[in-house]
Design a protein around this ligand. Structure first.
Ligand code: AMP
Length: 396
């Protein structure tokens, strides 16, 4: 039966993929092509618990997709089951408010949105074009990180700068992690009946991190902006700060505005403050062995996350649920506790024991009995969302 979907997340130097079967419920094979564009690139396949690696001679995206095709030709049952390809696309601008079947107009639209995601969107286009070339018979679908936030009201998405920047250049808040938030909203509606008619806060905390308020199933505010730099402190990104700092940093270091922005994107956040690592797990280990810089970085991360949860909550009628997701949200009991400690004024409380003993990879309610809000850990699944959107669009 033709019901498998190849999900592709094509970046500038990496290409992640997975083939999902059985309405997205089963991952048949997954892997990643790394260091694309260099002569050290390779692609890894994880199939039935076994890993195999193939080096990519020219390090091109095309070669990476071609290796997937070659792998499929030696697994003909999976090859024959392929019904379509779903691509993750970071920026859909104001053009795309939902997932779409890809044609030449869609490719042109994704290219047009490249001004706001100059590293990501051109890489996605490359992935799409290569996939069309190598899998000519398969329909392809684009799923946008920004699409879920197209429901924001103008008073939330506009920046308070002269309006002509919006009119002429579309400078506004777009928000990201939308595929994850949509998944969480739907999953929560399954386990907490009626939550799609309530107010939900979500903290998607990974290397990139953001918060989102979801009112009756629709995004009403989110912390990321025109790019993923706004909002929370992240692995290497500063998040929101006084924009004047950009000119102070470029003057102090005698560097260009772009280089100063690069510092805010790549050398700040957990890495910049701890001066150790951008990785939460590494920092928790350092903190446990007494490193004060690691503790400060983690505590700042918690304080700023709480602040941005409270901020987006101003668009909700009530805060009925708070969900933690992403690598940090799902796994760091320290940060979940530290974040909720800052939210006591909102009557959000978690049960420390349940939080500390949360089993990995499972959905769990961690609220304390006296909490006014249900607090959850829900593992996100963006690949599943992409596969389901692809199935639904190619069936029409
Ligand atoms: P993501 O970008 O969603 O893959 O999340 C990556 C982040 O999750 C990194 O900062 C990891 O250190 C963090 N993370 C993953 N597992 C754990 C864990 N067991 N404890 C703390 N942080 C974790």
């Amino acid at each position: 039966m033709k019901d498998s979907i190849l999900v592709i997340n094509c970046g500038s130097s990496s290409l992640k993929f997975a083939i999902l079967a059985n309405a997205g419920q089963e991952t048949l094979v997954e892997g990643i092509a790394d260091r694309l564009g260099t002569d050290e690139s390779s692609i890894t396949f994880k199939f039935k618990g076994q890993k195999s690696e193939v080096s990519l001679e020219d390090g091109s995206h095309k070669n990476a997709v071609n290796q997937i095709k070659i792998w499929l030709s030696s697994h003909p049952i999976i090859e024959r089951s392929l019904a379509g390809i779903g691509h993750r696309v970071v920026h859909g601008g104001e053009t795309f408010s939902k997932s779409v079947l890809i044609d030449q107009d869609v490719i042109a639209g994704i290219k047009q949105c490249s001004q706001f995601a100059p590293l990501h969107n051109p890489a996605h286009v490359k992935g799409i074009e290569v996939a069309f070339e190598l899998f000519p018979g398969l329909p392809q679908v684009a799923v946008f990180d920004t699409a879920f936030h197209q429901t924001l009201a103008p008073e939330q998405y506009l920046y308070p700068i002269p309006m002509h920047f919006y009119r002429e250049h579309h400078f506004r808040k777009y928000g990201f992690h939308g595929t994850s938030y949509r998944y969480i909203s739907q999953r929560l509606a399954h386990i907490a009946k009626g939550s799609d008619q309530q107010g939900v806060l979500v903290a998607h905390l990974g290397n990139g991190a953001s918060t989102c308020a979801i009112n009756q199933g629709k995004s009403s505010d989110t912390s990321m902006g025109i790019t993923p730099l706004e909002g929370l402190m992240m692995g290497t990104r500063s998040g929101s700060l006084d924009p004047s700092l950009l000119s102070f940093i470029s003057q102090a270091e005698n560097i260009s505005f772009e280089s100063a922005l690069d510092i805010l994107n790549k050398q700040s956040g957990l890495l910049g403050v701890s001066e150790i690592s951008n990785d939460c797990r590494t920092l928790e280990e350092a903190m446990e062995s007494g490193d004060q810089r690691a503790k400060l970085a983690l505590d700042m991360f918690a304080a700023r996350t709480a602040k941005h949860l409270a901020s987006v909550a101003t668009t909700l009628i009530s805060i009925d649920h708070l969900v933690f997701t992403g690598g940090i949200g799902e796994n760091s009991s320290y940060l979940r506790q530290a974040i909720c400690n800052h939210l006591k004024a909102l009557n959000i409380r978690i049960d420390s024991e349940v939080n500390d003993n949360a089993p990995r990879g499972e959905t769990l309610n961690i609220s304390a009995k006296d909490s006014h809000t249900n607090v959850w850990i829900i593992p996100t699944n963006e690949e599943l969302m992409i596969a389901l959107d692809t199935i639904s669009l190619i069936q029409h």
